[in-house]
Design a protein. Structure first.
Length: 252
């Protein structure tokens, strides 16, 4: 996450738009699959983050989890009528959310490259740019959210894909494990980030080695994404797309 309060606030604003992509894709998939309620079409199949906000899940929860884990975790209201759609169509609805995250990732990635191409981000000292830090943090958070939502454990979206292939009785029991899944997920994050050892020092010897490997992979991924932004920005210039003139014109 960003190193100062101002960056963090802007990242949290970006997270609201990321959530809008995620939930908007859920809603559009539900509409396409047959949930034709007006509130789905008018209120949720849009990329305006406000209709997707839940006071606790979208505001309080990410702030609290950031203070605890340094990672803003969040949720949103679920308006999809799962009973009406059935398990197979719910699998489509479930997978649509992470696809929305990937589209948002593409928008952020392209936006960062265009900002660098136009000189709004200094490509010589990108790390010193507030916009670059914020956009880089958003890319990592988006990948994290998409990845965790693909996990095959309720209530993650990936569980809907698994549920579609289970017998009805097994599926009902499986999906009812969602509250337990939430607890296990939060405890895992609490443990992996080292915060559990702060509260319970005796658990320091149980520190998960995979968490350090995961952190290193994230750092490597961040470096790869940054290199990709530089490559795309240079590629745009080679294609004759150079926004520095636009920026200079506005200054003039």
């Amino acid at each position: 996450m960003p190193p100062n309060l101002s960056d963090t606030v802007w990242v949290l604003v970006g997270v609201l738009f990321m959530n809008a992509f995620h939930e908007g894709f859920h809603a559009y998939a539900a509409w396409w699959c047959g949930d034709r309620r007006p509130e789905i079409l008018k209120q949720r199949t849009i990329l305006n983050p406000i209709p997707h906000i839940h006071p606790f899940l979208t505001i309080v929860l990410p702030i609290v989890t950031y203070l605890l884990f340094k990672v803003p975790l969040m949720g949103a209201r679920v308006l999809v009528d799962a009973g009406k759609l059935g398990p197979r169509k719910m699998a489509i609805v479930g997978i649509a959310g992470p696809l929305g995250n990937l589209l948002f990732l593409g928008v952020v990635f392209l936006g960062t490259a265009l900002a660098m191409n136009g000189g709004w981000i200094d490509d010589v000292d990108a790390a010193g740019s507030t916009a670059f830090r914020i956009l880089t943090a958003l890319t990592l958070l988006t990948i994290f959210v998409a990845g965790t939502n693909l996990l095959p454990f309720p209530p993650a979206d990936g569980s809907r894909v698994i549920a579609a292939f289970l017998p009805e009785k097994v599926r009902d029991i499986y999906l009812r494990l969602a509250p337990l899944g939430i607890v296990v997920f939060f405890l895992t994050v609490f443990w992996a980030t080292g915060q559990l050892a702060v509260w319970f020092p005796d658990l320091r010897t149980w520190s998960p080695k995979w968490a350090y490997g995961f952190a290193k992979q994230l750092a490597d991924l961040q470096e790869t994404l940054q290199e990709g932004v530089f490559t795309l920005s240079d590629g745009l210039r080679k294609m004759g797309i150079d926004l520095t003139a636009l920026r200079s014109g506005r200054k003039g």
